[in-house]
Design a binder for this molecule. Structure first.
Ligand code: SAH
Length: 219
């Protein structure tokens, strides 16, 4: 069985990730290594390596593999970075980041998802990820500044606390837009002024809502 999933995973990386232009070798290796099927519900485990997002508990989703790759590549990780993730969800994206950065701080607002993700990551001997239950739109002030920030839920606008916690030279990737479709944006902080940002459009996307004081309202 493990061998079947490994085959599917190598094929996923080849046809969905490499073929679409993702060239970061460390990232490709990480996606070949992390067992995505362990982050997916038993009932839909056969779809784990499909070219699509999948439902997880609490009406949330694990992102499409290509979107995970695109967002991760945009962070330009070399192995030394401190990274903040907003929206732990299943923990899959955090597991990928754990292999590519020095330390990952991941925030999830739904306690049951955080608990499950923590358990999965520990089970894989991933110990450089800290998961906290909170409103991630405030960031994680005690651990700032971050070399990379990745928001894996759709925001109405860029939350100010996040740019404030981004290191000078750091990269922030976030889907910004309406409730149903967003634009994947990459911001690079250029100076001490948190508003001095280089902006890049990485294309259209569709994420679940970022819910919080600097995001959408819960209702
Ligand atoms: N990165 C995840 C996918 C996340 S889906 C993975 O790899 O599986 C988006 C997640 O963001 C959901 O779990 C949702 O509960 C969470 N979320 C939404 N708003 C949030 C907020 N303000 N702070 C923290 N987590 C939030």
């Amino acid at each position: 069985m493990m061998d079947l999933y490994r085959k599917q995973r190598l094929k996923m990386v080849e046809t969905q990730i490499r073929a679409r232009g993702i060239a970061d070798r460390r990232l490709l290796k990480a996606m070949e290594a992390v067992p995505r099927h362990l982050f997916v519900d038993e009932a839909i485990i056969s779809q784990s390596y499909n070219d699509s997002p999948l439902p997880i508990d609490e009406h949330q989703t694990i992102s499409q593999p290509y979107i995970v790759a695109l967002m991760t590549e945009a962070l330009e990780l070399t192995g030394k970075e401190k990274v903040l993730e907003i929206g732990t969800g299943s923990g899959y994206q955090a597991a990928i980041l754990a292999m590519l950065a020095d330390h990952v701080f991941s925030i999830e607002r739904i306690p049951s998802l955080a608990t499950k993700a923590r358990r999965l990551l520990e089970g894989m001997n991933i110990f450089n990820v800290a998961v906290r239950v909170a409103d991630g739109t405030y960031g994680w002030r005690d651990e700032a500044p971050f070399d990379g920030i990745i928001v894996t839920a759709g925001a109405p606008a860029l939350p100010d606390p996040l740019t404030a916690q981004l290191a000078v030279g750091g990269r922030l990737v976030i889907p910004v837009g309406g409730r149903f479709t967003q634009t994947l944006m990459k911001y690079t902080r250029l100076s001490e002024d948190p508003n001095d940002l280089k902006k890049e459009n990485l294309g259209g996307c569709r994420f679940v809502d970022l819910i919080g004081d600097h995001g959408w309202r819960a209702d």
